[in-house]
Design a protein around this ligand. Structure first.
Ligand code: PSV
Ligand code: MN
Length: 427
């Protein structure tokens, strides 16, 4: 982990400028009837889980360019996540992907995480790749497969993931399936969905009482003609059929171009089936880029729905917030620091929306003023507020600067020698 004195030193360097900026923002917000401290407290409470697969340099189908100092195993990934937590105070949990980050001894991994102040969020199963020692292939699907033996193997894998998750202290399972077809005629569209539901029912039955099951949809890739769980409608059908502890996970990259994702979120809220998010950003497809780097306004509008739903008492439980990104060019720690910052900024801006005014303009069909209400919130520079929230919890005013000044990566480059951990290409 980083020496806390390094964070303090970095904070001291910019403290005066930060104090002036916060004071100025506080005055601005006061004129709008908003108490800066109240928003800071809400932002400070924001948490998001870090995916175990995002700590190494991700790859594309064209290659992977690892950097010195990358984590070599899941224990070292935990160390890096602990640094992100130290700097941001927003990432106390890890979302593990099995078997990519399967621990030989879950108890030892849990102890290591605890010693770093970390816990575990949803565990992710993987029936989209064949594993060594696996009897049956998933080439033609897993839960949707025509062969009952393949389906049983996929169910057994998910049950195993639940077992590992239990040992780690997780309380949710995320199921994303690559099942689908590349060509018309290849797969019976209706029956493949029905078989998938049947398999999910078996997995759901194996869920411990306190657990949630998230179904994650994706329109295409690797299946290019028809994916079994391709859209939020299919995901919702599954969650509704499974029962109360099943809900839908929205990965921001899993929508066809120009899909109105905030509308999807609103619909799932109404259905009582919004389970969680995989945050990332994209320009074309499932690009897995830093959340908020390409379409920040969209991210704000998603959070706007979430804040609206929360204030209206529509969310029985807070959705599970997780990151799902692949860092091909950026240092993964820095990319994740930026991500957390962007998420918090979007959340803070959503908290600044004057909801009473918005409701009034919506009710009176004043299109211009309604949009202005959103724009006023969105265009507020909330960066001092986010920095303040971090600092109050012991984090860094400027996480990337503090991280760079600490020399953490360079130190790890000398320490983490030998085989560089090579994660599978992110999907
Ligand atoms: C699939 O593209 C996905 O979004 C699922 O969440 C997987 O678990 C993850 O990516 C793996 O990279
Ligand atoms: Mn995802």
């Amino acid at each position: 982990m980083m020496n806390p004195a390094q964070i303090e030193m970095s904070n001291t360097a910019t403290m005066e400028a930060h104090r002036c900026d916060t004071e100025h923002l506080g005055e601005q917000l006061q004129r709008r009837g908003i108490d800066l401290n109240a928003v800071v407290a809400q932002v400070a409470a924001f948490e998001v889980a870090v995916p175990s697969w995002a700590l190494g340099t991700g790859g594309t189908r064209f290659g992977r360019f690892p950097e010195p100092g990358e984590p070599r195993d899941v224990f070292e990934k935990m160390d890096d996540i602990a640094v992100i937590q130290q700097l941001t105070r927003a990432t106390p949990r890890v979302s593990l992907h099995l078997p990519w980050d399967e621990p030989d001894d879950p108890g030892a991994l849990r102890d290591h995480a605890t010693s770093l102040g970390l816990g575990f969020d949803a565990v992710n199963s993987n029936t989209f790749q064949d594993q060594t020692h696996q009897v049956h292939s998933y080439k033609f699907g897993s839960l949707c497969h025509t062969d009952a033996a393949v389906r049983a193997q996929a169910v057994a894998h998910n049950v195993h993931v639940i077992e590992v998750g239990r040992a780690l202290g997780s309380e949710a399972l995320t199921v994303w399936l690559a099942d689908g077809a590349n060509y018309p005629g290849q797969m019976h569209l209706r029956k493949s969905f029905e078989r998938t539901l049947e398999g999910l029912r078996e997995i759901y039955t194996a869920l411990p009482e306190s657990w949630q099951l998230f179904t994650e949809h994706k329109p295409f890739e690797p299946a290019f003609y028809a994916t079994v769980v391709q859209d939020w409608g299919s995901s919702l059908m599954l969650a509704q059929a499974l029962g109360l502890r099943a809900s839908c996970l929205v990965d921001l990259g899993h929508h066809l171009p120009d899909t109105n994702i905030e509308l999807v979120v609103a619909r799932l809220v109404t259905a009582g089936k919004l389970g969680g998010f995989h945050f990332n950003d994209s320009k074309y497809g499932d690009d897995d880029l830093t959340a908020g780097s390409i379409k920040p306004y969209q991210l704000f509008l998603v959070f706007n729905e979430l804040v609206d739903a929360s204030e209206a008492g529509m969310l029985d439980a807070a959705p599970a917030y997780m990151i799902d990104q692949s860092h091909n060019l950026k240092d993964p720690i820095e990319a994740l620091l930026m991500t957390v910052d962007n998420l918090r900024q979007s959340y803070a801006k959503a908290l600044l929306v004057d909801r009473a005014a918005l409701a009034h303009y919506q009710d009176t069909n004043d299109v211009v003023m309604a949009e202005q209400v959103l724009k006023t919130a969105y265009e507020t520079d909330v960066r001092p507020l986010i920095a303040e929230a971090r600092q109050r919890c012991g984090g860094a005013l400027n996480p990337v600067a503090a991280f760079r000044a600490s020399g953490y990566r360079a130190a790890k480059a000398t320490e983490r020698t030998g085989v560089t951990y090579a994660p599978p290409q992110s999907l």
